[in-house]
Design a protein around this ligand. Sequence first.
Ligand code: ADE
Length: 416
Amino acid sequence: MKDAWVKDIELADTGNDRIEWARRHMPVLELIKTRFEEEKPLEGIKIAACLHVTVETANLIKTLKAGGAEIALAGSNPLSTQDDVAAALAREGIWVYAFRENAEAYYDCLDAALEIRPDIVLDDGADTIARIHELHPDWLHSIRGGCEETTTGVIRLRALEKSEKLGFPVIAVNDAETKMMFDNRYGTGQSTLHGIMNATNLLFAGKKVVVVGYGWCGRGVAMRARGIGANVIVVEVSPRKALEAAMDGYQVMSMRDAAKIGEIFITVTGNTSVIRGEHIELMQDQVVLANSGHFNVEISTKDLESLAVSKEQVKEEIDEYKMADGRRIYLLSGGRLINLAAAYGHPPDVMDMSFANQALAVEYIAKAEGLGRKVYGVPIEIDERVAELKLEAMGITIEKLTSEQRAYLSSWDLGT
Ligand code: ADE
């Protein structure tokens, strides 16, 4: 393996302090770590992970290491690596290949991590799994499985499965209820607004905020934007989700109509070019464009570049594109995911559940036999266990079914 590639190993102490703060807010993962320390379920397992290198990820990596795994970690986005965290992990003997602003070296980092020749892959966006299929087809038969963290990655992997080219089993960790309903909704909701506020310090109250996409992430962003007084407009392609947004009390309209009146635009679709030239042409002066989807393809920077007569960085994280008619369009963080580029990503209390699912899914793959080359959901027992442990950590006791109720629910003659 190559020596770690991090920005500055001297940042490790700061990283450690921040990782420790997050650890205190990730009680479910901590319980798993304690068990892993005793049982060592991952002894002898090599893991290549491509994740956002944050304090929360550091706690996942430490949990897997406690379970006996050997781990190589690459950053999963050019702007999301927290350099102090990368340094702290490298100092603990993790093979880390991650530094902020590594757009040019992104694939070199991924390839360096893959030198571990993984048994299990942890992915966020499916780039690592795609890379293995592309460059190392001879490894496919020996890889026990992978875990995918995000909606975008799961979409890509399901497409690969459909084309019958998926080479090993993958657990769609994203789709666990204890991940999607909380991380995607409350995590993205809070961290996206945090990122936009950090970058711009603009007031949301009274502004027309256009949320493009009403999946779990969009629901969270819309809910939080409304919470601080924005007038939220939702743009959606799915009739069911659009209807839900309308009944949740938002204005729902086409992207063209929203483009004319919006002041802050936030994309969370997982799709490409949802804001493009035809919309940019209709926008008002000084609108703000931010993306919180995994890849920087949701806002067409190509169209922005071709429509603009000039581009200037007016503030850290803000590029101003000036149009021929004088209008100024502000793009945040180059269209990369704003919650990690201009803020800290999702808070530890919510990543606790996501990464508990990841750790348990890795253990499941390590122990499972006979999994096919398919995308699997997280086993329901894992999802339920994560919810139970989180409730326990939050000091919440829930109601239990009586034996009469259990019998009633499992009986056919409900009416008698
Ligand atoms: N994705 C979104 N927020 C994250 C975080 N805090 N850590 C890792 N991945 C994330």
